[in-house]
Design a protein around this ligand. Structure first.
Ligand code: ZN
Length: 396
């Protein structure tokens, strides 16, 4: 599948093999849609363990039915994480297929946002992010099993976690340890844009909290004895905004502020929560230092900064480029041009790329509206996404 002729075009054999495989998935397109629907119709918000455990068990059975060895990593506060191992014909290190089954939608969303097909689209909560990605993994593996006489060409591990949408605290160690044992990580998170670009760079994400302590007083009787934490915080927000460096891909967003007790009290307390995004890991230490060394404008107020960078950026390093190049070659054999994109949002692919494991993200469904009321995937894109994923498992 990897051969190029002298003109740099894909060989005819490779193209006809790719076409046959695409055909395999075309014939299963409606099955795939049904499967995604089943996944979407089991609601699974990150903060509802019972609900997430339900989809975890359901998905485990699906992978077990095609020969995977499923095991749960049991978690108390979140849903269980699911690991499924498939043996291969060779003893190579496995490919890790990475994703999550938690969503941002509370239970009871479905009646207002039903899962439905229309206009060549499949709509529903979590359909793009990333229940279609789970179905793509399932069908890609199924295809490979069919083409290789019931055994995968190489070992594959599937890891689906339950807490990605809330920071992956309980799954990060598992993700990292499996990634270290794998030769590459393929992340079936949503692709980017209407053309379904894969993601070869993602920003790192951090969260900080700034707490200001001032001195309370009666705003009428003792105004001058008070030291307003809110006035101080307002100044600090200005200082924080000055740390933004768009050219470096470094952004800080004061997304939440809180402060005060009553309108007639000079406020003794105020706080801000700051979302930090970095494009390069080498900017992490500097921004951390800058935030921690903020000085009060009013010396009678005190500042306390907590937090840190919790997802490293996914940088387009050699490993990422290697997997992307393979992906774009496979796409070309399938008859399309696969583009790449750099995005601001993080995923668990940030952890694995941060460890230096070749990682390609955004291999999931094509659509729009992740986390929004109009979330959908484009049905006609499913077969070639499955073919791409299967091709990558073989080619890496
Ligand atoms: Zn996601």
């Amino acid at each position: 599948m990897k051969k190029l002729n002298r003109k740099g075009n894909t060989s005819t054999t490779a193209r006809s093999l790719a076409r046959t495989r695409l055909e395999y998935f075309e014939q299963r397109r409606d099955q795939m849609v049904d499967k995604i629907r089943r996944f979407v119709e089991i609601e699974s918000p990150s903060d509802n363990k019972q609900a997430v455990d339900r989809i975890s068990a359901f998905v485990a059975e699906e992978f077990a039915a095609i020969g995977g060895r499923a095991q749960f990593h049991r978690v108390v506060d979140f849903g269980n994480h699911l690991q499924v191992d498939f043996e291969g014909e060779t003893q190579q290190k496995p490919i890790l297929l990475l994703g999550h089954y938690d969503t941002v939608y509370p239970t009871g969303t479905l009646p207002n946002m039903p899962c439905r097909v229309g206009n060549g689209r499949l709509w529903g909560p979590g359909v793009l992010d990333m229940k279609s990605g789970i179905a793509l993994m399932l069908y890609a593996i199924q295809g490979l099993l069919a083409w290789h006489g019931g055994r995968l060409p190489r070992p594959v591990t599937v890891l689906l976690v339950s807490d990605e949408e809330v920071g992956s605290d309980s799954s990060r160690a598992i993700t990292e340890s499996l990634a270290k044992q794998s030769s590459a990580v393929l992340v079936a998170e949503p692709s980017y844009g209407p053309k379904g670009a894969v993601k070869t760079a993602r920003k790192g994400v951090g969260q900080y909290e700034l707490k200001v302590t001032g001195v309370a007083s009666h705003s009428g009787l003792d105004f001058e004895k008070g030291q307003s934490a809110i006035v101080e915080l307002a100044g600090q927000i200005g200082a924080i905004s000055k740390l933004v460096d768009l050219k470096r891909g470094l952004t800080l967003n004061v997304g939440l502020v809180q402060g005060g007790t009553r309108v007639n009290v000079v406020p003794a307390e105020a706080s801000a929560t700051i979302d930090v995004r970095i494009a390069r890991m080498k900017d992490a230490a500097g921004i951390d230092r800058n935030l921690r060394s903020l000085k009060p404008f009013n010396r009678k107020c005190k500042l306390a900064v907590t937090g840190g960078i919790n997802r490293p950026p996914l940088e387009r390093n050699a490993g990422v480029a290697m997997v992307y190049n393979k992906a774009s070659l496979i796409a070309r054999e399938l008859g399309w041009k696969l583009s790449e994109a750099a995005v601001g949002g993080g995923s668990d692919g940030n952890f694995t790329a941060g460890l230096g494991i070749p990682t390609l993200d955004g291999l999931g469904g094509v659509g729009d509206g992740a986390h929004a009321v109009h979330e959908f995937i484009v049905v006609s894109e499913l077969p070639r996404r499955a073919a791409l994923l299967a091709g990558l498992i073989e080619a890496i």
